[in-house]
Design a protein around this ligand. Sequence first.
Ligand SMILES: Cc1ncc(COP(=O)(O)O)c(C=O)c1O
Length: 451
Amino acid sequence: MLNEPIPFDPAHDLDALAASGALGGNVALFRQPRGRDLLRRAAPLEEWCALRARHGVWPYGRTLDGPPAPMATVEGDGLAARQGINFASQDYLSLAAHPAVLDAAMRVLAECGPHSAGSAILLGNSRYSGLLEEAIGALLACQHVTLFPTGWGAAFGAVTALVHGSDHVLIDALAHASLRQGAQAATRNVSAFRHNDCDHLRELLAGIRAVDAGGAILVVTEGLFSMDADSPDLPLMQYLCREYGATLLVDVAHDLGAMGPGGTGAIGAQGMLGRIDIVMGAFSKTFASNGGFVACLEPSVRRQLQLFAGPHMFSNALSPVQAATVLECLRIATSTEGERLRADLMRNAVELRALLHEEGMRCIGSASPIVPLLLGSESATRVAGMLLAREQVFVNPMEFPGVPLGAARLRLQLMARHTPAQIRTAARKLGAAVRRALEAPRPALRPSDQG
Ligand SMILES: Cc1ncc(COP(=O)(O)O)c(C=O)c1O
C-alpha cells in the first residue's frame, strides 16, 4: 500500500473531498514534464496520484486476490472494502476458473514447464501453439495465423510491420491505444475518422486517392469498442476498402468468443467470416490468458509479420501453458457449453442495462459484455467509483488516457457467471452512487485542468 487512506464518511465528507484537490486535474497535465532531470521531473505526478490515493479516488493498480471471479477480493490504495461484486476483471465467459481449463493448463505445465524457451522464430513454438494457430484460423475462416505474446503486441506489431512511412493509416478515432501507437510509429500519414462513421471514412479515402494513387492505406477499427460497447458496419467498411484499394484491419479483442454465432464475434454476426482482410485479437478478455494473434488469408502477410513485427520476432513466444489454455477455452467457446455461457453473459448484459435504465442511468452502446455508463466529468466518475468500492461493487472508473478528456465513465465488464442477484444488487448500488456523485460538489475548474 502506498498510502494510508483517510477515514471517510460519504454522508458528510464529499465537500472535504472536493476541497482536497483529489478530484481536480487529469493525467494529461503530467504527460510531458519539463526539465533535464528525468529521475525527478515526474515528482508532481507522484504527488497528485498519492493525494488521490489518500482520498480513495485512485482506483488503479489494485491487487486481485485469487481468480477474476464475479465475487472477488481486491486490495488497493484507500480501498475500504476488500470483498465485492467484481465488474473490473476481464473473463467474459468465466473460463479462467473452468475445471477443464485449469486441468489443461496444469497438464501442459507438468509436460513442458512454465515458460517459452525463445521467440516464435527461434524455437519458442510448441505443439500447442501450432494447434492454436489452426483453431483460430478455422474459427475465423482465415487460415494464416501469427501468434503474439500479448494482444498489445499483436496490434502494434501488425500495424508497424505492414505499414511504411510513405503509406497511410485511417483509424477510428476511438481505437485502442495499441493500434493508435502502432499507427503513429509506422507513418506520419495517420488520420482519424469519426467513430464508426463510414461517410467520413469514405471522404478520407477519396481525399488520399486524389493525391496518392499508389500508396497503401490501412483502415483500422474494432469489432466491439472496449469503452463504448458498439460496433462498426463491417460489410460497408470492407466494401469501401475494396473500392479505394485499401486494406481493412479489425481488432476483435472484446467480441471474439464472447459474442456472435459460435463465438465468431462481430465478424460472424455480420456475415463477414473469411471476408475481412486482416483480423487481430487478444486472448486476455475471453480466453483466460495473455496473448494475441493476427489472422489473414494471405500467407505472405504472415511471413511479413513473422520477420518484421517486433513483438513477434524479438519477444519470447506464448508459453505452451498459455497456448494450451487458450486452446481449451476455444474448444469450450465453440461448443454447446459455449453457447450457454454466451446466453448467460448476454442475459446479464440485457438485465443490467434495463435495471440501470430504470435507475435513470444511460448506458452507451448496446448489449455486450461491456457496459459503459458515461458521466463525462472526471470528478463525478472518481467519486462514483470510490462510493461503489465502499459499497462492495468494483468497477473501473475510466478517464484520460483510457478515454478522451471530458468523456469519463464507469466501465463494467460482465461475466457469464455473474448471478441475477449480483446484477440486481449492483444496479441498485450503481444508481445510488452515480446520483450521489453527480450531485457532489465539483472542484473549481482551473484553465490548467483542460490538458
Ligand atoms: C481493443 C483492444 N486491443 C488490444 C488490447 C491489448 O490486449 P492485451 O491487454 O491482451 O495485451 C486491448 C486490451 O486492453 C484492447 O482492449
